[in-house]
Design a protein around this ligand. Structure first.
Ligand code: HEC
Ligand code: HEC
Length: 227
């Protein structure tokens, strides 16, 4: 190596190290240079699980959905909806809008790929066995008399999801229940489709309407218990 190449290599290395070690800079959401991976470690892990060094997408607090092993296409769609402010339930407004509105398309893609590749973990929360058994029946067979199709027909036999259809296995029951309530909150939907709290809610809206409150709690308990 010539002296000049050595100097150039060393300064490139110093620049690269500087960029990584400057946590404030990597927390800077508005900076398009920061990768999805770094954002996951430094920003998203605060709520969605991990310790700032190893984001794993498995959260302990049921307010924050697990992201590990979620379908990449679904994650990308949701982040785009938070970015565009079209997914607008109160928790989304309070906690996801500000962050997501600053993400670039590359960062959204990077974050989605990162979380899709994390290993989903069993949910440690206790689900009541009677609720789980009732929920399993709903998941497998739906509610024919109310024209509710089997959840498994779209979400997969193990609730693993498929492309734009989310994985539900191991997700926090409280979060799942809250989403079903949100799909249901369609006041004025006929005249104002933008009133929907989630823009791709049309299918789930009809399904949530066919389930009683008790049935929504049961199917959520069952899903939480799945690995
Ligand atoms: C301050 C806490 C907080 C931080 C930080 C945070 N989130 Fe969230 N996130 C939430 C909450 C709360 C929800 C659930 C919103 C709801 O109930 O609609 C959520 C929902 C999501 C969802 C939708 C999941 C689903 O199953 O539909 C995705 C995807 C997501 N967050 C990704 C991220 C990414 C990527 C980051 C980092 C750039 C991030 N979040 C940072 C609190 C947070
Ligand atoms: C016809 C296909 C289809 C069927 C059947 C179906 N779902 Fe869904 N479900 C979807 C799609 C698509 C989404 C994503 C909606 C979005 O992007 O906003 C979804 C989203 C969800 C979510 C939100 C997950 C999250 O991470 O925020 C829950 C909870 C859910 N479904 C529960 C159920 C339950 C319980 C059943 C059975 C009673 C069921 N679904 C049946 C297509 C379906």
């Amino acid at each position: 190596m010539t002296r000049m190449t050595k100097i150039l290599t060393l300064s490139a290395l110093a620049l690269a190290l500087g960029a990584c070690s400057n946590i404030e800079r990597s927390r800077n959401l508005g900076n398009p240079q920061v990768s999805g991976y770094t954002l996951a470690q430094q920003v998203c892990s605060t709520c969605h699980g991990g310790n700032g060094i190893t984001a794993n997408g498995t959260s302990i607090n049921p307010t924050y959905p697990n992201l590990a092993g979620q379908q990449a296409i679904y994650l990308e769609t949701e982040l785009q909806e938070f970015h565009d402010h079209t997914r607008k339930d109160p928790a989304a407004r309070d906690m996801m809008w500000g962050l997501a509105s600053q993400l670039t398309p590359e960062q959204i893609k990077g974050l989605s790929e990162f979380y899709a590749h994390q290993k989903p973990m069993p949910n440690p929360a206790h689900s009541d066995p009677a609720m789980v058994a009732a929920g399993e029946k709903l998941f497998v067979a739906g509610v024919p008399e109310k024209s509710v199709p089997a959840c498994a027909s779209c979400h997969g036999a193990s609730a693993e999801g498929n492309g734009p259809i989310p994985r539900l296995a191991g997700q926090h029951a409280d979060y799942l229940y809250k989403q079903m309530v949100s799909f249901n909150s369609d006041a004025g939907r006929e005249t104002h489709p933008e009133a929907l709290e989630r823009p791709h809610a049309v299918v789930m809206d009809a399904i949530s309407h066919g389930l009683s409150n008790e049935q929504q709690l049961q199917v959520a308990a069952y899903l939480q218990s799945l690995q």
